[in-house]
Design a binder for this molecule. Sequence first.
Ligand SMILES: [Zn+2]
Length: 182
Amino acid sequence: MACWLCVSSQLRSGTNMACSTARRLHFVLTQNRGAVKNPVSSDARRQTRLDLLMPTFYDPNTKPDPADWLVLDEQVRITQAATYHKKRGIRLPNKNAHATFHAIIENQIASNDAPVVRSMDRLKAQGLDRHDCIHAIAWVLSQHLFEQMKAEVPDGPEVVNSRYYAGVERLNAKDWLGLQSE
Ligand SMILES: [Zn+2]
């Protein structure tokens, strides 16, 4: 399973991350803080053009085969998610972070992470499409991530883990749609 929990320890220590997806998430979040001062480099523009040429097999409205998904390099998973949004012209405040959150939630589903799978099923039964279910769960993840980043004394992985799962289990379509209309 993608270890989103280690993001908080990475942010504190700056080293020793077990999970490269979480490491990339940290990178794109911190990189974005300087985005206004640092215009997109020509390398990044070139990469964006290359991404658009890449065949996109990822579609968040269709569950990827777990084995096929987990065998992919993590950067490919993130690029696939980013390219899906780019090709459809979906405007996002932070494209890289959005794609990384997609990859993390897909990793949890593909790894059969029970609370996340239950939440997906519940949200779909409540009327959300699969893509929006991923956004809703990623929203819970982001809230917990930012809480951890702000905490003076970070909680241990077990506490953070159970808090995340409790948030995921509480999530429902009505609350999520209410947040979207605010
Ligand atoms: Zn999305």
